[in-house]
Design a protein around this ligand. Sequence first.
Ligand code: AMP
Ligand code: MG
Length: 338
Amino acid sequence: MKKRGGIIAVVLCVAVLAAAIVGDFLFSRNNSTNFTAMNTVVSLDITGFDSSAAVKKIKEEILYLDEYLLSRTNEKSEIYAVNNGKTQITAELAKILFDLKRLEAATDGAFCIGLAQLSDLWGIGTENAAVPDEADISAAIRNSSAWQTDKQTVTLPGNIKLDLGAAGKGIACDYAFNTLSQLKCKQAVVAVGGSILLYADKPDTRFRVGVRDPLGSANEYCIILDAQPGCISTSGNYERFFEDENGNTWHHIFDPSTGYPAQSGLLSVTVAAQSGTVSDALSTACFVLGLERSLPLLEKYNADAIFITQDKEIITTYENAEEIITVTNDSYSLGEIK
Ligand code: AMP
Ligand code: MG
């Protein structure tokens, strides 16, 4: 009898161990994919029991957001319809526009989604990029923040059309976060162009994130950041620009108060926040505002930022910068907020 009990105990132990190994194997299942949406490359890398379902669902959602909701160039999208006279909007778009309106107010208009006309006028990123006439610039920015929304409608002043290009990638990260939370996922990196969601079911997880060298090529980094879970977005003057006949370069992030590309002494700004909508909108706003004027805004949203200045200084609000930021290119130096 004694011997039988011993055998049962051993069998049970083996069964428990096998279940643990199978469980561990299932929960550490990894799935990844790359595709194009929102005029950029999207990459998903997800670990967890439901990683396969999560990859499928998040891909579908991002393609849906791009095609049916946020794009201003796709005729099937709701923003396209709004820009062409539609005023009654879905609750889904109303919520997004409501959040963006709040961000416009919080940034004193440095982030402004009413700049589609201005973007078209400059044509940056197209074959027709050129410095427009002063009068056309003034007309394009007039009323740019005067669009209104409530829970069901949106109203645009006559000359204004919406461009969600500075927040759409962050919005996609927030959709991905919701899906990852609903499914059984342990860890994920969702990169939508310059906005990245770092997801982990354990808050003490750390991710190594490369911050692009704004003077280097697309896959060159100048910083490695040890980041906590959350969203990180970068805005930089290298993303889209053109050179005029006098050799001046003009980039794609506009100062809504002048209608010209922002001149705030920065090459790029990287913002880390809990939400992707916030990190994306703030990275654009901070690029416009420049370092000093960005600080109260970042504090308000409990966000951190890494500024890379035109003097090749790296200045950050992270209190533990020396521990979590590694400068990997000697031509940049870590400076301090003065
Ligand atoms: P991002 O790369 O997120 O900073 O977004 C830049 C894109 O947003 C540009 O290519 C424009 O389409 C649009 N944009 C430019 N300036 C602004 C601004 N001040 N506020 C909001 N959107 C802007
Ligand atoms: Mg942005």
